[in-house]
Design a protein around this ligand. Structure first.
Ligand code: G4P
Length: 540
């Protein structure tokens, strides 16, 4: 269809609507080791995207491998391959976006969450809610992302399921509604009762379960339950279900879609137990691609003209080729190969002759893509995270956060002959989102902020191997970066007064580096005219 004249609008609109309806774009998130990789693999098996278990390598750097650069390289290879996994299931097209498990790469995860419409959160029943679970959930809450919770490892002796539900509500600040319920745990684990479909799935260690093993159980009478369980387990299940139905409201889908309530499933990813239930409910209730906010207006997913934004950039694995892959989320209309699109930030038109799709884990060239899809674009340095492509309109998608780093080091050039390479390298690496670059306000000192130490090692290694630039890092005593806003003259006077702590981010925004919470609070008290923010929104 011609986007300007609107010709053939009806035909294309219905095609667009049906493509949007069948798409589900989501991410699985968890504290490391809760079972994200295992669950991903089981979902891919259902989708036919992989044939054997063990095909998805754990996308994480094993503990203790922090200095192993081969490991980092291997990791980068894997994460390109598994960054997006698209598969079909029951006539739905599912785009599963991978997120790194290692906490040093948490920021990458936060950004990926801006490109999904919902998430599945995996919680280990033994450990309950962990530190990273809480932080990830905070990010979901920022955008009211709908969340389904999968409580994993029921084959292990975990916490009492009611306590787990309380813990979820308390620590994650969201209401929950169980949709399945376990009969015991650990060695005594007997299965899960599906509260939604009123059916029972029994667990037998080392035995595969299929659809045929699902037993419809509309009524939990002693007579029927005694066929499957002893008296103690029957009574327990009956009491538990009574309690749940009494205490928890029926799941309100609208509340789930608004991110206010999270349905909860119990199962064991390793045993592929309870996973199909989860997937079947997911495709029924999870939202299709949603409208998105820009700095100018809300973009409807149904608009016939294309728009999208870059949420992730990946360096080429081959250091001799500096090109990169930019991951673009399609937000409206139809993306087409070889068509010119407007790069809003650079104000130039670009076209892509080899855009990638990630269907069935094979990278292949695509002809077109629809809202919810992720397209891999070859990039020779045009993109940075947050960049928007349109068919001519000038706007930026908002809501892509840049969080305060927690470690700060000064970048010191060790080879003055390679200053240009170092500058270029650090600019490109920080465009990829590996770390944040700050420059001394009114000076040239470069300060790198990261979430974890591992990122400094990656930067040093990549600067040397990809750009031929040797550098060294000197630790700085800062603990947080705060973006500051206020009246121009107030900001200028504060910047003069606190010169040693004031830097600029890559977009020229003023940032105050605080040595400690005490210093930060003091500045806040002494300067009520200045606002301090722990995150800046790229394109905010
Ligand atoms: P992650 O991506 O969230 O970091 O977790 P991952 O899937 O790698 O799982 C972490 C560990 O937990 C793995 O064991 C995995 O086999 C185990 N696991 C996952 N689901 C279940 C489950 O339902 N029950 C039990 N008992 N274990 C589960 P590992 O020994 O660390 O790794 P591996 O050698 O098995 O790969």
């Amino acid at each position: 269809m011609d986007a300007i004249t609107g010709e053939n609008a009806t035909v294309s609109d219905s095609k667009l609507a049906s493509e949007i309806r069948k798409r589900r774009t989501f991410a699985i998130i968890s504290h490391p080791d809760a079972g994200k990789t295992t669950l991903t693999e089981k979902l891919l098996l259902f989708g036919g995207a992989i044939q054997t278990a063990g095909a998805v390598k754990s996308n994480k750097i094993k503990k203790g491998a922090t200095s192993d650069f081969m490991e980092i390289e291997r990791q980068r290879g894997i994460s390109v391959a598994t960054s997006v996994m698209s598969f079909e299931y029951k006539e739905m097209l599912i785009n599963l976006l991978d997120t790194p498990g290692h906490k040093d790469f948490a920021e990458d995860t936060y950004r990926t969450l801006t490109a999904v419409d919902s998430v599945i959160l995996v919680v280990d029943c033994v450990k309950g809610v962990e530190e990273q679970t809480e932080r990830l959930m905070e990010v979901c809450r920022m955008r009211d992302t709908p969340v389904i919770i999968f409580i994993n490892k029921l084959d292990r002796d975990g916490k009492n399921p009611f306590d787990l539900l309380d813990e979820l509500e308390e620590k994650l600040n969201i209401r929950v509604r169980p949709l399945s319920w376990p009969v015991n745990m650990g060695r005594d684990f007997k299965g899960v009762y599906d509260l939604f479909n009123k059916s029972l799935l029994r667990f037998f260690p080392n035995q595969k379960v299929t659809d045929d093993d699902i037993i419809p159980l509309p009524e939990l009478s002693d007579r029927i339950l005694s066929k499957y369980f002893d008296e103690r387990d029957s009574t327990q299940l009956k009491n538990d279900v009574e309690l749940i139905e009494g205490v928890y409201d029926v799941l309100d889908k609208e509340e789930y879609l608004a991110g206010k309530i999270a349905p909860v499933f119990f199962g064991s990813a390793l045993n592929n137990f309870g996973v199909k239930d989860l997937l079947d409910t997911f495709i029924q209730i999870a939202p299709p691609p949603q409208n998105r906010e820009t700095n100018v207006r809300e973009v409807s997913v149904m608009e016939p003209v294309f728009s999208g934004f870059v949420f992730k950039i990946h360096a080429n694995l081959d250091p001799r080729h500096r090109d990169r892959i930019a991951f673009l989320r399609v937000c409206s209309g139809r993306f087409e190969r070889n068509k010119f699109y407007h790069h809003v930030r650079l104000d130039k038109n670009i076209r892509f002759s080899n855009p990638y799709t990630f269907l069935a884990r094979e990278k292949s060239v695509l002809e077109d893509a629809y809202p919810g899809d992720v397209v891999g674009l070859f990039d020779t340095g045009n993109f940075k995270i947050g960049d928007t492509l349109t068919e001519g309109e000038d706007f930026y998608f908002t809501g892509i956060p840049s969080f305060s780093p927690e470690l700060f080091k000064e970048l010191v050039n060790k080879d003055p002959m390679k200053t240009k390479q170092l500058e270029k390298g650090i600019r490109q690496l920080t465009d990829e989102g590996v770390a944040q670059l700050f420059t001394q306000h009114g000076g040239n000192r470069k300060i790198i902020g990261c979430v974890g130490d591992l990122q400094f090692e990656v930067i040093q290694y990549r600067l040397l191997h990809e750009y031929g630039a040797a550098c060294q890092f000197n630790t700085l005593p800062f603990y947080k970066a705060c973006w500051i806003t206020g009246k121009k003259e107030d900001l200028e006077s504060f910047a003069r007064f606190k010169q040693a702590n004031i830097v600029e981010d890559k977009d020229g925004n003023l940032v105050y580096l605080a040595q400690s919470e005490w210093y930060l609070n003091t500045e806040r008290q002494n300067h009520p005219e200045i606002e301090f923010h722990f995150s800046s929104e790229i394109n905010g």
